[in-house]
Design a protein around this ligand. Structure first.
Ligand SMILES: [Zn+2]
Length: 62
C-alpha cells in the first residue's frame, strides 16, 4: 500500500498566457479566460492545417 495520489499543491506555475499566478481551479492558468484563450489558440492552430477558405457561403445576395 503506497500513497501515490499525492498532488504537488505547493507548486505554483505562472499562467502561460499572462504570467500571473495560477489557481487550483484553473491550473495551470490564472483564470478560465486564459485557459480558453490557450485552448482556442491550440484548436485554431491544430485544426487550421489547410488554409483553404472553402467555408465561404455562396454569394447569392447580389
Ligand atoms: Zn492568465
Amino acid at each position: 500500500m503506497t500513497k501515490d495520489t499525492v498532488t504537488p499543491l505547493r507548486k505554483q506555475v505562472p499562467c502561460p498566457q499572462c504570467k500571473k499566478q495560477s489557481t487550483r481551479d484553473t491550473y495551470p492558468f490564472c483564470s478560465r479566460r486564459c485557459a480558453q484563450l490557450d485552448l482556442g489558440a491550440w484548436l485554431s492552430g491544430g485544426y487550421a492545417i489547410s488554409g483553404d477558405s472553402t467555408d465561404v457561403p455562396p454569394d447569392g445576395n447580389s
